[in-house]
Design a protein around this ligand. Structure first.
Ligand SMILES: [Cu+2]
Length: 130
């Protein structure tokens, strides 16, 4: 009887179904975005990050997998409170949400030699279409 009743209800609110549908679609898109991180592999080496420019979209879950190509480095993205040591021969995983749009510097946070200050990159977070 319960099923029958709810069928009646669904039919009764059929007029509003088209109003609910877009909301449900949006919710599905959001959860899809949340469950699938962007995985970006980064090599830190003297004296650069490869890639040096990382582009994501606002709201993306991002997973950086960082390896050193030579000695010990660090990777820091101040805006997202990221600062990790990248030892040689280790894989460092950094998860964050690109919660704000903009262009943010990526820096080496561990002194690695003469070119350390030039070891920079750029994180570009594109504004989400609204
Ligand atoms: Cu450095």
């Amino acid at each position: 009887m319960r099923v029958f009743t709810s069928t009646i209800c669904a039919a009764a609110v059929a007029g509003t179904a088209h109003l609910l549908a877009p909301t449900l679609v949006l919710a599905q898109q959001d959860s899809a975005t949340v469950s699938a991180p962007m995985i970006i592999e980064v090599i830190a080496r003297k004296f650069e990050f490869e890639p040096s420019r990382i582009e994501v979209t606002e709201g993306d879950r991002v997973r950086l997998i960082v390896r050193s190509g030579d000695g010990v480095h660090g990777i820091a993205i101040k805006k997202f409170k990221i600062n990790k040591l990248v030892p040689r021969g280790e894989e460092v995983t950094i998860d964050f949400v690109a919660a704000a749009p903009g262009t943010f510097p990526i820096a080496c946070s561990e002194y690695c030699g003469e070119g350390h200050e030039d070891m920079t990159g750029m994180l570009v977070v594109r504004a989400k279409a609204r």
